[in-house]
Design a binder for this molecule. Structure first.
Ligand SMILES: Cc1cc2nc3c(=O)[nH]c(=O)nc-3n(C[C@H](O)[C@H](O)[C@H](O)COP(=O)(O)OP(=O)(O)OC[C@H]3O[C@@H](n4cnc5c(N)ncnc54)[C@H](O)[C@@H]3O)c2cc1C
Length: 799
């Protein structure tokens, strides 16, 4: 056995083998995989082998598309068969909301260049004739759906990896992973120790245990899952062609042909987590006992949807465990805070996603970054706050919702409230309807006494519309207040702080007492952050940014730390309030003895009421506004000071729905919507904040883009919408052809306009351009507009 390797991958399931292959594909050959038994000895061997591209997250859909296309390449490269059956598949809709969701997915696929198709009941009868059409509204057909042989595919990955120089060691159990002082790893196995520069945890069902060897908690959990293979069915084997896949979300089932019969699996509501206190090491090539009780209702439903099943005998039952992360997406990438330790686990659909996960992981390790936005699968998207107690109910919820409709305004209830601020009860009293971000409860809006205390999930304008309208009017008319807890915050101190920030940030670093907006770029010039930099003194700065990305940004800062600089993630150690609206200055004046003469983008320490605060003259609402940061222990006192002083000024609380509407009045973009690693600063206009006079990470790539401007540009449209607005990824038709897509949108209550941001060809980005945007199957006229409808000259915001 090798005693050293550049990379050791732990785990020979489909994911570990794909990672190994992709490392060699991208040019690293001193790589090794260790497997405690035979290859496929976890979830992989008993998978149904189905693959599909449909995924609400467009980057996950693209990653799945890559995986599916890879299989042919793998077969050609190795001469081995993956047992591919590209039979196509239909996802059924039995009600209007499900159909809306499929239509919205199809709309996204238009700009992704995918050949999916909305089909009606007659076409469903033709394509998938064993389906009962009772109550079926329509479906989405995807010609890329299919299935394969799980074991053959895993071995094909391994053969391809070995052709690229990789080594495999089976029957080799990892018992410890120990980091040396220089950051490299000793991977201790029952056959000896391998010294590795990098370790990859692809331990699948045992990823928690493998992680614990390095003191790392991976937020994932195994769930039991069952599918049934039937005896021969004449209606199947007498057809001249293979029956396509049918996904029936109403019945929580997926079905496909297996030999001369069918195979049907269920994501049943009475599901069961497996191995709650840890996966036994002696588990391997065995199955769990059959359990028809928990899928009884699902089977009864399936008999109605596919009547041929009722008389079919059962040939075999496959009941095994596989892992999920709390949001159902894989956990990939460098583990925050642990040098050279990488994650490739929590992959619940290894045959739809394994190839893309392998590629992403290999790019990240070898090239320093992936070639698309990987936030949705980044292991860093969960912070240090996550615990097994939170993960378990979320994973159960995710399993149960696997086939549920995913609404753009949906707030899932499991494991909540988890993290709350001192404002939780104060805001609950006047009717806060809570949402959640990064584990934190955040008020979405405040319902009036006569209104329901929950928001109906919807693809259209929801029952939060009136409350949002009231809150927007309160801000624009007088003054509104909301919490600042859900801002990511970093403190940067030290004698080299200014110089360090100058190199990390692409923008100008402000002088003491001032703030500046600054993009953060990767080495390849990708947009990886959109920061506000506040200079408290030459040796002390505060950075504010998206709350959900704090662990990812912190990982980046620590990786690039140099000189006398201390960076602290103070996202939860600094909280406070934002006040905004024409009377915001009066409110602050009433609460402090300090002079309230801050001009736009000033920052200053002040005492507000009894609390020592950092006050910034800025507001994402685009109005006259202040951000007031304090210690969480002072937050309630600060609230009562502001609230009482605000009564004569008509102060009202507002939530995130109002905030996102207010920003649309000013055409402001949002992180991971308009600004994300998928787009560049030049495409989105953020390059206007670059300080070209200095060196900064990503400058070479940014200069190249300046010399050859990108083909796309971010623009804003006013849409002739009716009861449904743009959410994200709707296609933009220019002269009847799909030429762009929306990044986000919504209803700007103050202006009374439906607003959409979109990326379209730069040469068409001209004021007045009339396009059509597809919203829920309707093409809506939209006009490119440059001037925001509110405070276009900035008098209110800067005044
Ligand atoms: C019933 C069922 C049906 C499914 N159907 C589908 C489907 O149709 N399509 C689809 O895409 N997905 C399906 N899945 C999910 C799929 O099986 C998983 O997504 C996939 O197998 C995960 O692969 P993995 O490599 O991450 O993990 P695993 O397959 O669990 O592999 C982990 C490997 O790591 C090894 N290992 C662990 N610890 C150590 C150690 N300390 N030292 C050395 N080696 C170690 C294990 O022995 C194991 O071989 C199904 C799952 C189930 C249960």
């Amino acid at each position: 056995m090798k005693t050293s390797a550049q990379v050791v991958v732990i785990g020979g399931g489909v994911v570990g083998c794909s990672v190994l292959y992709h490392l060699t594909k991208l040019g690293w050959s001193d790589v090794m995989l260790v497997e405690r038994k035979e290859l496929t000895s976890g979830s992989t061997w008993h998978a149904a082998g189905g693959f599909h591209m449909l995924n609400g997250n467009t980057n996950m859909a693209a990653l799945q598309g890559y995986t599916i296309r890879l299989y042919k390449e793998l077969e050609e490269l190795t001469g081995m068969s993956c047992g591919l059956h590209h039979v196509g598949g239909i996802t059924l809709a039995d009600n209007r909301d499900r159909f809306d969701m499929l239509v919205a997915e199809r709309a996204k696929h238009r700009y992704m260049g995918l050949d999916t198709e909305i089909v009606g009941p007659e076409e469903i009868a033709r394509i998938a004739p064993i389906t009962s059409l009772d109550g079926i509204v329509g479906g989405l057909y995807d010609p890329l759906d299919g299935h394969l042989d799980p074991s053959g595919t895993t071995h094909a990955y391994v053969k391809a990896a070995c052709m690229g120089g990789a080594a495999i060691e089976t029957h080799c159990m990892v018992t410890a992973t120990t980091q040396r002082a220089d950051g490299t790893w000793d991977v201790v196995t029952d056959k000896g120790t391998v010294h590795a520069e990098h370790v990859v945890n692809a331990g699948g069902l045992w990823a928690r245990e493998v992680g614990a060897m390095a003191g790392i908690y991976f937020p994932l959990h195994p769930m039991e899952h069952q599918y049934i293979v039937t005896d021969d069915i004449p209606e199947i084997y007498e057809r001249g062609e293979e029956h396509p896949h049918v996904m029936d979300p109403a019945g929580e089932s997926y079905l496909r042909q297996e030999g001369r019969g069918l195979c049907i699996g269920f994501y049943e509501k009475p599901c069961r987590p497996w191995a709650v206190d840890g996966t036994p090491w002696n588990f391997g090539h065995e199955l769990l006992p059959d359990d028809f009780d928990k899928i009884e209702d699902s089977i009864a439903f399936a008999y109605k949807r596919f009547p041929v099943l009722e008389t079919a005998g059962v040939k075999s039952v496959i009941h095994g465990p596989f892992t999920f992360a709390p949001d159902g997406n894989p956990l990939v990438g460098p583990v925050p805070g642990v040098r050279n330790y990488w994650s490739a686990c929590g992959v619940m659909a290894g045959f739809s996603q394994g190839g893309g996960v392998g590629l992403t992981r290999a790019q990240w390790m070898i090239e320093g970054e992936a070639d698309r936005d990987v936030t949705g699968l980044d292991v860093g998207r969960f912070g240090a706050w996550i615990t097994p107690g939170y993960t378990l109910p979320k994973v159960i919820e995710n399993y149960q919702n696997r086939f549920s409709i995913a609404y753009p305004n949906e707030e899932l209830p499991a494991a909540r409230p988890h993290r709350t601020t001192p404002m939780y009860d104060i805001f609950t009293d006047p009717g806060a309807v809570w949402g959640h971000q990064f584990g934190l409860e955040v008020p979405n809006y405040f319902a009036a006494a006569a209104e329901p205390d929950y928001e109906e999930p919807s693809f259209r304008r929801s029952n939060a519309f009136d409350a949002t309208s009231r809150e927007v009017a309160a801000v624009r008319g007088a003054v509104g207040i909301n919490e600042l807890q859900n801002f990511g915050k970093f403190s940067v101190t030290g004698s080299d702080a200014r110089a360090w920030l100058g190199r990390i940030m692409a923008g100008r670093i402000p002088r003491p007492g001032r703030m500046a907006l600054s993009p953060l770029l990767s080495e390849k010039g990708r947009l990886i952050g959109d920061f506000t930099v506040s200079c408290l003194s030459d040796t002390e700065f505060q950075l504010t940014v998206s709350y959900g990305a704090q662990a990812i940004h912190y990982r980046w800062f620590l990786k690039h730390l140099a000189g006398d600089v201390q960076v602290r993630n103070v996202s939860d150690a600094r909280t406070g309030f934002q006040i905004a609206g024409p009377r915001a200055r009066d409110l602050l004046t009433a609460c402090t003895r300090d002079p309230v003469d801050l001009t736009f983008m000033d920052v200053r320490r002040m005492t507000v009421g009894q609390a020592a605060c950092i006050v910034q003259r800025v507001s994402y609402t685009g109005d006259l506004g202040y951000e007031i940061y304090c210690d969480p222990m002072d937050q309630r006192a600060l609230w009562w000071t502001l609230w009482e002083a605000g009564q004569p000024l008509s102060l009202e609380p507002f939530g995130m729905r109002a905030m996102m509407s207010l920003r649309l009045d000013k055409f402001f973009g949002a992180w991971l919507r308009e600004y994300s690693p998928d787009y560049t600063a030049a495409e989105t206009g953020l390059d206007r904040f670059f300080d070209w006079s200095k060196d900064f990470i990503g400058k070479t790539a940014a200069e190249a883009e300046r010399a050859a401007p990108p083909a796309r540009a971010l623009v804003t449209f006013i849409v002739d919408a009716d009861k449904a607005d743009v959410t994200a990824y709707e296609p933009v038709f220019i002269e009847g052809e799909v030429r762009g897509f929306c990044t986000s949108g919504g209803y700007a209550h103050h202006s009374g306009l439906s607003v959409a941001h979109a990326l379209i060809p730069r040469d068409r980005a001209v004021e007045g351009l009339v396009v059509e945007i597809e919203i829920l199957d309707q093409r809506r006229r939209a006009t490119l507009t440059v001037t925001p409808p509110f405070d276009a000259d900035g008098t209110r915001m800067r005044g």
